[in-house]
Ligand binder design. Structure first.
Ligand SMILES: [Zn+2]
Length: 322
């Protein structure tokens, strides 16, 4: 039975999965993404993950007939690389992906997508979504992928729908990892939530260590404190909900989806407090038809399964291309 491979290169986690033509996964592996020191070190970690997933499936890497990769951006699809990923430390530089995978797998049938585009391809392939859809990921960063009029949008060099870098806060907005200001991701990307909470802190009582600049604080702490009734944390989460609604509205206006499927670690861990404010505020921001907003990626495998679906369908995600 022919074996296909999906790879998710995320800012925090690398996932690889081996499956059959129907997308049934027979082997998988997960590891932490190295924070450098070089792009090649990241490449090596990806190749290790692929070898482990193949071993788990009992398939030799050389027997894989097609592979798909969903990766953090930006991408250089001509080269098959990620270039200066904005959610890894500066200095990582170029992360070669398609070339080294071609050598390991002995196949030329390798697709490379922005991770959220892979998520959208997976929603199309595995979901009941026959119409237009946007897959949104709220994770270390903020990204989106879109299926429009039957096509999964990749765009020039694979960088379509990088909507995390849409400006939601004009003027003197927060600095974003990409070098810009006021971008959606600068507020709602998991890596930026602690800094945003510190920006908003005004001396009110809170259990969060926001007054100590060096104290360990992550996005999960902020959401946990909100759940525990911390008023300051609730104020931060409310602001995040406002930015998320504005960002989703921009995606709705650009792509006219029937469904916005929302995944990523932040959403997975706090589904109601992420989706609720988006559903509630979207009607006031959207001039066109308000789409269904639903939870995706409950198991954290939306991108790797989307990459697998891309491998099976040659990049379209259309179940008819299987
Ligand atoms: Zn940005």
């Amino acid at each position: 039975m022919p074996a296909y491979l999906g790879v998710d290169l995320g800012a925090t986690t690398i996932r690889a999965a081996v499956g059959d033509r129907a997308g049934r996964v027979s082997g998988a592996h997960r590891s932490r993404t190295p924070r450098g020191p070089t792009g090649v070190a990241v490449t090596e970690a990806v190749l290790d993950g692929v070898r482990e997933a193949c071993a788990d499936a009992g398939v030799a890497p050389a027997a894989v007939v097609g592979a798909g990769v969903g990766a953090i951006g930006p991408l250089d699809r001509d080269a098959g690389d990620v270039v200066d990923p904005s959610n890894l430390p500066a200095g990582v530089g170029r992360v070669p992906l398609v070339g080294p995978l071609r050598t390991l797998l002995s196949t030329d049938r390798i697709t490379l997508h922005n991770d959220a585009t892979a998520g959208a391809i997976g929603e199309r392939f595995f979901g009941d979504s026959t119409g237009n859809l946007v897959y949104l990921t709220l994770s270390t960063g903020v990204g989106a992928g879109a299926v429009v009029d039957g096509h999964a949008l990749d765009g020039w060099q694979g960088n379509a729908a990088e909507i995390g870098h849409v400006t939601v806060d004009p003027g003197d907005g927060r600095a974003c990892g990409c070098g810009g200001r006021g971008h959606w991701e600068a507020y709602c990307g998991g890596a930026n939530v602690p800094g945003y909470a510190r920006d908003l802190y005004d001396g009110e009582p809170t259990a969060l260590p926001v007054a100590e600049a060096d104290a360990r604080l992550d996005a999960a702490d902020v959401f946990d404190a909100d759940a525990a009734g911390d008023d300051f944390a609730t104020r931060v989460v409310d602001r995040l909900g406002r930015w998320n609604a504005l960002g989703v509205a921009a995606a709705v206006h650009a792509f006219a989806p029937q469904v916005v499927a929302v995944g990523g670690g932040i959403t997975r861990n706090n589904p109601e407090r992420v989706l609720g404010p988006i559903r509630e505020r979207l009607p006031e921001h959207v001039a066109t038809t308000v789409p269904e907003v639903r939870l995706a990626d409950e198991d954290g495998d939306a991108v790797v399964k989307g990459a697998l679906a891309s491998a099976i369908t040659g990049g379209t995600g259309d179940p008819a291309d299987r």
